[in-house]
Design a protein around this ligand. Structure first.
Ligand code: ADP
Ligand code: MG
Length: 292
């Protein structure tokens, strides 16, 4: 049966808002040496907002309206932010005839017979900048530090860029420092750009970063660490990362989470406060010391 100390630790963890599915997972938590943590929505608030829009040719309102039409059905924080910005700008929007979410890349849609794409450079190739002194403006401009730039194309032609900003969660840096103080290795995983990933990593004190990962590359990153003999916890908010939560030795879903996150994870943290994550590791380690 499950040792009493483990049962007691499950009850204690539950009182601090961490639901550990069973004793096995509590014991696995105590053995973890590598914490892989999702950036968007976990280290950051996951509430993006548009901070700049640079149309190539047409107006800012046209660019936002077009992007928002493509993102019409999007649940991604970037899609939500673009929809809000278009609404605030009074930009003209139309529901798309069809749209396809491309995880890790962006979204493609048919709007009034035109093929529109909104996403990173892997989805929307950026045209080379025009040399200085050649008259036409060079675009896109360098985004503000720490913001993610997405690009928009219409029938393959470059239509402009939109910069989005998210905020680092309060308490994230302190929690990362505590985890590292406990001897845990912390690795950030993200589909976002290298520049934004490094910016957030520096802000929270993570020194290992894997960026520009497609969803299946996140799985491979986790599997590679496990194959190298590490015991891996994956921490995510469940938006896009449910499959990764399922691949780790211990999948930890933070925040309200999605139903799928709750099903794919072994530990559910009710709040998004990463200090509760630290506390859960402490409880698991203490219980293991008592059992052994
Ligand atoms: P993360 O790993 O940080 O949760 P995602 O995998 O959700 O990030 O997205 C990775 C990248 O793909 C984003 O930084 C963005 O460039 C692009 N992207 C994803 N979804 C969208 C969207 N709905 N609209 C525009 N770009 C998107
Ligand atoms: Mg995410």
């Amino acid at each position: 049966g499950t040792p009493l100390a483990i049962l007691a630790s499950i009850a204690r963890a539950a009182r601090s808002g961490a639901f550990v599915k069973d004793g096995t997972h509590m014991e696995q938590l105590a053995r973890v040496d590598t914490v892989m943590i999702d950036k968007t929505g976990t280290l950051t608030e996951g509430q993006a907002r548009v901070v700049a829009a640079r149309p190539a040719g047409r107006s800012r309102s046209d660019l936002l309206g077009l992007a928002a039409s493509a993102e019409w059905h999007s649940e991604h924080p970037f899609g939500q932010a673009i929809l809000r910005a278009a609404r605030d700008a009074g930009a003209p929007t139309t529901p798309p005839d069809s749209s396809d979410y491309r995880p890790g890349l962006g979204i493609t849609a048919m709007i009034d017979g035109a093929a529109v794409a909104v996403g990173n450079e892997r989805l929307v190739p950026v045209p080379p900048a025009v040399p200085a002194g050649w008259g036409a403006p060079s675009f896109p401009e360098t985004p503000q530090e720490g913001t993610t730039q997405v690009h928009v194309s219409v029938d393959g032609g470059y239509a402009g860029s939109i910069d989005l900003a998210d905020r680092v969660r309060d308490g994230a840096a302190a929690a990362i420092a505590d985890l590292r103080g406990m001897g845990l290795r912390v690795v950030m995983l993200t589909g976002d750009s290298q520049a934004v990933a490094r910016h957030v990593a520096a802000a929270v004190g993570v020194d290992e970063v894997r960026a520009e990962l497609l969803p299946d590359q996140k799985h491979s990153a986790i599997e590679a660490e496990r194959a190298a003999g590490h015991s891996v916890a994956m921490v995510g908010d469940g938006v896009n990362d449910a499959p990764s939560l399922a691949r780790a030795d211990v999948g930890i879903a933070v925040g309200s989470g999605t139903d799928i996150a709750r099903e794919s994870s072994d530990v559910v943290l009710v709040s998004s406060d990463l200090r509760d994550l630290v506390e859960t590791f402490r409880i698991a380690r203490r219980a293991r010391r008592i059992v052994m």
